[in-house]
Design a protein around this ligand. Structure first.
Ligand SMILES: Nc1nc2c(ncn2[C@@H]2O[C@H](COP(=O)(O)OP(=O)(O)OP(=O)(O)O)[C@@H](O)[C@H]2O)c(=O)[nH]1
Ligand SMILES: [Mg+2]
Length: 354
């Protein structure tokens, strides 16, 4: 699962990328895309790890792609933006970064610092880009459905949907607002529409403003966070003890990066179930509402095939009990059938027989 980091030039995207990945930004590579795989921070996994001291520790993972900005102020910049944003079409979600910090050393996009206006402009641009693509598709389908063919029925259905999508975009609503069912979602996804993807907005604020609520929200965004990318990048460079001391000084519980990464994970409908033992403590990524028998298949097809029962304890119950034996004594460990819907944070031991 991959998230694209997009936004106007010099808004702090690469700085945020450095904070997320813990890598140092390399100014000589500022004009390039960067891709990195990161561990999803998970306190539950850390707790289990302290108990089991496993040989292997395997958290859930996400990928982030840092895309350089392009000015939307003129046609050449817009064309460049379209070109650069192609890579985002293959991503599962978007992180939009806009600048809300003052700094004389950083070139001002459009000669101003106006995060809200930058965000509106960016959303409009994504809508235009999708609209262009939809219009092409509609034109093509209108032609092809004139003639009889074996795909005609399916094409007529798609045309109907694409026209609905076009109407939505023309009234500045995102593609996601025009999708009516899973089939349509699959079709729309295959086109990589940008405004179909979940969006998280990051308002890159000055260090004096990190504590407050975000100064504004956008109706198309799933979540909005304000943070200081520069400070987050510095925090990411500290070792664990220094980091905790630093956060405590600021009155923060955790770095904003952890919250952002988890929000990304949630936004695409993913949850984790956990397995724990001396060999490995591990988070497994599944879609929300996945039945136990399918979750078992994530680990191994044999476990899915020979599924008998899932031994499940919710993480919070496990934590309250302190260990597996106490959780069992307290009747917190349940035996669940194939159809049981796995919850985020379930610790599972699958019983199977092949
Ligand atoms: N004061 C301050 N400066 C920042 C912050 N975030 C980034 N900067 C600075 O702003 C400049 C641009 O940051 P980048 O992260 O390279 O911005 P970008 O969005 O990747 O820029 P492009 O890739 O060119 O579009 C750098 O000099 C950063 O050090 C911040 O939170 N506060
Ligand atoms: Mg950059």
């Amino acid at each position: 699962m991959r998230f694209a980091i997009i936004g106007p030039p010099q808004s702090g995207k690469s700085t945020l990328f450095a904070a997320i990945t813990g890598q140092q930004a390399d100014p000589s590579q500022a004009l390039q895309e960067h891709l990195a795989t990161i561990d999803v921070p998970d306190d539950r996994l850390d707790f289990l790890s302290d108990i089991y001291s496993p040989k292997k520790y395997t958290p859930a993972r996400l990928e982030f792609l840092d895309i350089p900005g392009a000015s939307l102020a003129d046609a050449a910049g817009q064309a460049e933006f379209r070109k650069r944003t192609q890579a985002a079409r293959k991503c599962d979600g978007l992180v939009m970064v806009v600048r809300d910090f003052e700094s004389d050393g950083v070139l001002k996009y459009r000669n101003r610092v106006d995060a809200k206006a930058d965000l509106d402009e960016l959303f409009s641009e994504l809508i235009f880009a999708d609209l262009e693509q939809v219009a092409n598709r509609v034109e093509k389908l209108e032609k092809s459905t004139q003639k009889p063919s074996k795909n005609r029925e399916a094409e007529l259905r798609e045309l109907k949907m694409m026209k609905r999508v076009q109407d939505a975009l023309e009234s500045e609503a995102p593609v996601s607002s025009a999708i009516e069912n899973d089939d349509e979602r699959r079709i729309a996804q295959s086109f990589g529409f940008l405004t179909l993807k979940p969006v998280l907005v990051v308002i890159n604020v000055g260090e004096d403003k990190i504590a407050g609520d975000p100064p504004f929200k956008h109706s198309h965004a799933l979540a909005t966070m304000s943070l200081s990318a520069e400070m987050e990048a510095e925090i990411a460079q500290l070792d664990k003890d220094d980091r905790n001391a630093f956060l405590e000084d600021l009155g923060l519980q955790e770095p904003a990066r952890a919250k952002l990464i988890r929000a990304c994970y949630d936004s695409i409908g993913l949850v984790s179930f956990l397995t724990a033992g001396e060999d490995e403590v591990r988070a497994w990524t599944i879609r929300k509402d996945t039945p136990a028998v399918e979750a078992a298949g994530k680990i191994h097809s044999d476990i899915q095939r020979g599924f008998i029962r899932a031994e499940v304890v919710a993480f919070d119950d496990f934590k309250a009990a302190g260990d597996m034996r106490s959780a069992k004594t307290a009747n917190k460990v349940r035996l669940e059938p194939k159809a049981y819907i796995v919850k985020d944070g379930d610790i599972i031991n699958f019983r199977f027989n092949v």
